[in-house]
Design a protein around this ligand. Structure first.
Ligand code: SF4
Length: 261
């Protein structure tokens, strides 16, 4: 089956995850560009990210809880579009849940750190570079400078703490971001930090060259396969328990794939 749309110019870590989970999921999202419905956790995550981005747009002393709370309405207004509200079934009950969870996320975040004391260098910035013949793209949540001058790349997580196989893979995407940062800024970040906002928990590791190389190797292998499947016109479906959270189940069912729901 030839594709009438071009291959995306870049591979992002999230699309790499889609490809690793199911080749067909990558095809539907990245090549066919089938719009996917918003899901509640995604919308909530965007709102919390937007609040924290605004908070770090202020000078240190102004980064208070009151300031963070003052950004809630604006962040909700920009993320709760009519389509998003329809997708997630936004009603009074869900509004109450969302408000509670946003407040709980801000409580968790302020329990974890005092944003006034964080030496932030940049927030929400795009990075694009070709590494190992693989065009990579990503948006980094935050870049901090530690007291000793070392740089830390930071990712906010707005879901639950990872468990099982997800725990072991939790730094995989950020190791690609570390390579992207080094390539685009000519400086190697020293640390990777994940902030689990609602849990008020963070995980920090040193950037290890070997692990970064492994993740770049994974991305490069995927990009070679993506190009091959695109030429061949076939991205095979790989039904698994992940079908339950996939936005393309109806397309798969229509094309005869035995999805696992
Ligand atoms: S529904 Fe399942 S098989 Fe179909 S694209 Fe999604 S993950 Fe793949």
């Amino acid at each position: 089956m030839p594709f009438d749309k071009p291959l995306p110019a870049y591979l992002s870590p999230s699309k790499l995850n889609d490809f690793s989970a199911c080749y067909r999921k990558y095809q539907y999202g990245a090549i066919d560009r089938i719009p996917s419905k918003s899901a509640y956790p995604l919308v909530k995550g965007r709102i919390v990210h937007a609040i924290l981005e605004k908070l770090f747009g202020l000078v240190g002393a102004e980064r208070t809880m009151e300031a963070a709370q003052s950004f809630i309405d604006e962040a909700k207004a920009s993320e709760l579009t009519p389509d998003a509200m329809s997708d997630i079934g936004y009603d009074k009950a869900l509004e109450s849940v969302l408000n509670k969870e946003i407040r709980s996320s801000l409580d968790g975040y302020f329990r974890l750190e005092a944003p006034a004391e964080v030496n932030v260098k940049q927030v929400e910035f795009q990075m694009k570079a070709t590494i190992a013949e693989t065009p990579l793209f990503g948006i980094l949540d935050r870049l901090d400078e530690e007291e000793d001058g070392s740089l830390t790349i930071v990712d906010y997580k707005t879901g639950k703490l990872p468990r099982g196989q997800y725990y072991d893979k939790r730094f995989d995407n950020m190791e690609i971001y570390a390579a992207l940062f080094k390539e685009t800024h000519q400086v190697r970040p020293v640390n990777i930090r994940l902030i689990y906002v609602e849990a008020g928990h963070s995980d920090m590791v040193l950037v290890e060259g070997k692990r970064v190389d492994q993740q770049i190797g994974r991305a490069a292998a995927a990009w070679r396969l993506i190009n091959r499947f695109y030429e061949e016109g076939d991205f095979a479906a790989n039904p698994s328990s992940a079908c339950r959270w996939c936005p393309y189940t109806s397309q798969c069912i229509e094309s005869g794939v035995a999805v696992k729901l």
